[in-house]
Design a protein around this ligand. Structure first.
Ligand SMILES: NC(=O)c1ccc[n+]([C@@H]2O[C@H](COP(=O)([O-])OP(=O)(O)OC[C@H]3O[C@@H](n4cnc5c(N)ncnc54)[C@H](O)[C@@H]3O)[C@@H](O)[C@H]2O)c1
Length: 248
């Protein structure tokens, strides 16, 4: 990824920060964005890297334009997009409000649509680019209490496949990573919403054949691999990083 201009969404989160760490080690030009102001802390943490940090909501086109514009001013056209921002409201469908549905679909599916759409014209002009999304085991299996989340992550995977086919002849690859549970604030929030978080944590680990959850760097490695030229003949793929979850 040396000198590659990479835009990473959800960069302040557990997985996002590990992606930034690996991109910095690879001497990429990093555009790190998140809705949370903590994204600016990355400047201090990765002070030796070529990085610019921008806040914004990637489910809003006006913010997506602002983020890409500022990133392009700094480093030039985005060559690799890692669409990693994600949001979950854990509810069964009969408990899911219209607002819940819209928020989760916007946070996961619309944000991928908007950032991929904004990244594509420059990639098509360059006849080269990679778009990599963070999906989930919820992209491919149904999970209890994740009605809107499963629908949104399923949409991400289907858009990955559609884009891969649409742009395969134009030099743009599109892939997803499908993590099981990951040790990040996202998982902590989910567990803390359960009646018994400790029992919930044990159950989540037990559901994975490897009887643990992922550390964020394990997921980040898969995202960076798919985004890089090492994956030059891979497109339309979802790389599961799930300790065997969907194999069972
Ligand atoms: N943690 C898990 O167990 C798990 C499992 C499978 C998939 N995932 C997916 O992994 C990805 C990374 O999540 P994480 O585990 O690092 O969680 P996290 O909560 O630590 O990080 C997610 C980041 O996305 C940002 N974000 C959310 N909505 C945004 C928006 N509209 N605009 C800009 N930024 C936004 C948040 O501020 C946060 O910093 C997400 O797509 C998530 O759905 C997580």
């Amino acid at each position: 990824m040396k000198d590659c201009v990479v835009l990473v969404t959800g960069a302040a989160g557990g997985v996002g920060k590990e992606v930034i760490r690996q991109l910095a080690e690879n001497d990429a030009k990093i555009i790190a964005t998140d809705i949370a102001d903590q994204v600016h802390d990355l400047n201090r943490e990765f002070s030796g890297a070529r990085i610019t940090t921008i806040t914004g909501d990637v489910s809003k086109s006006v913010d997506v334009d602002k983020i890409f514009g500022a990133g392009e001013d700094k480093f030039g056209a985005v060559q690799a997009l890692i669409s990693n921002a994600g949001y979950m409201i854990a509810k069964a469908l009969h408990e899911t409000s219209e607002q819940d549905w819209d928020a989760v679909l916007a946070g996961n599916a619309k944000s991928f649509f908007l950032t991929a759409k904004r990244a594509l014209p420059n990639m098509l002009a360059a006849k080269k680019g990679s778009i990599t999304a963070t999906g989930s085991i919820s992209s491919v299996v149904g999970l209890p209490s994740q009605a809107a989340y499963c629908a949104s992550k399923g949409a991400v995977l289907q858009l990955v496949r559609q884009l891969a086919v649409e742009y395969a002849g134009s030099g743009v690859r599109v892939n997803a990573v499908g993590p099981g549970a990951i040790n990040t604030p996202f998982l902590t929030r989910y567990l803390n919403g359960l009646p018994d978080p400790k029992a919930g944590a044990d159950a989540v680990k037990a559901a994975h054949p490897m009887k643990r959850w992922a550390e964020p760097d394990e997921v980040a490695k898969a995202l960076v691999f798919l985004a890089s030229d090492d994956a030059a003949f891979i497109t339309g793929h979802i790389l599961m990083v799930d300790g065997g979850y969907v194999a069972g």
